[in-house]
Design a protein around this ligand. Sequence first.
Ligand code: SF4
Ligand code: ZN
Length: 308
Amino acid sequence: MRCGFCRNEAIYRRSYEGVALCKTCFLEDIEEKIRRTISKFDMLRFDDHIAVAVSGGKDSLTLLRILRKVEKRFPRATLTAVTVDEGINGYRTEAVKLARESCRELGVNHLIVSFRELFGQTLDEIVSSKKELSPCSYCGVLRRRAIHIAAKEAKANKIATAHNLDDEVQTILLNIFHGDANRIARVEPVLVDPAGRFLQRIKPLCEIPEKEVALYAYLSRVKFQTCPCPYLGTALRNDIREMLNRIEERHPGTKFTIFRSVERLRDSLKASVAAVELRDCLRCGEPTTGTLCEVCKMLDRAVECPEI
Ligand code: SF4
Ligand code: ZN
């Protein structure tokens, strides 16, 4: 099998484009695709201070590495890596260590925050005392808040997360499975709050399939955490991931087709959803549509959220 770009020995066949690539062309192509995504969705400005959410997994460490390359071309831009320690016994410690090592190697400032210090409990403690929701539901909402708090502390003006194409398509289908069609329009490469109360969030890997992010990390010798989170098996997302991978195997390009369909429909989907008015959460002061924000409802007790 020969590389479709340079005719050297290929190491990977990209079924959805019907092309084979050698190691060098594959790595260059992924970086070029990410640069194109950044430019297409107008994700970065020359003087941005970007807080990169780094969990220690393959996606976030790949994102950090590529953004570091992009940032070097913009002397006035700054990166800060933000890692959240949710408090998952036997899992998060290794990831935090790998994140720390990568940041040191790349020369990126690193901020670590934990659920324990921000919310008074680890995820393990929350999960063992509250059974209403799945561990990932608690984790997702609290981690988003933790990243936001850390990004503000770092004085960043935007947050970059490592959601890849698979994550985005899974979230679209999850919203359908949950009957929450209004949220589909909010699965976006760039999330902006017109009122400016939330930092802008960007997803530079949103057009790269998970398999290719993993291959990029492997070929670039990124040291990332490989053991899965112990709560992973409990999530509906896991079943959707397996279903999508089976379909993609037999019908290459399906994930892109779903992603592009939502891209085309996004404006009309947004126009059909009434704008919601935000007010301050009575407990922590963060923006919410009700009287209490999701975080305070989840913790279900008087939470002293830090001032941000
Ligand atoms: Fe959190 Fe669920 Fe991911 Fe584990 S699998 S880190 S609980 S979101
Ligand atoms: Zn609150």
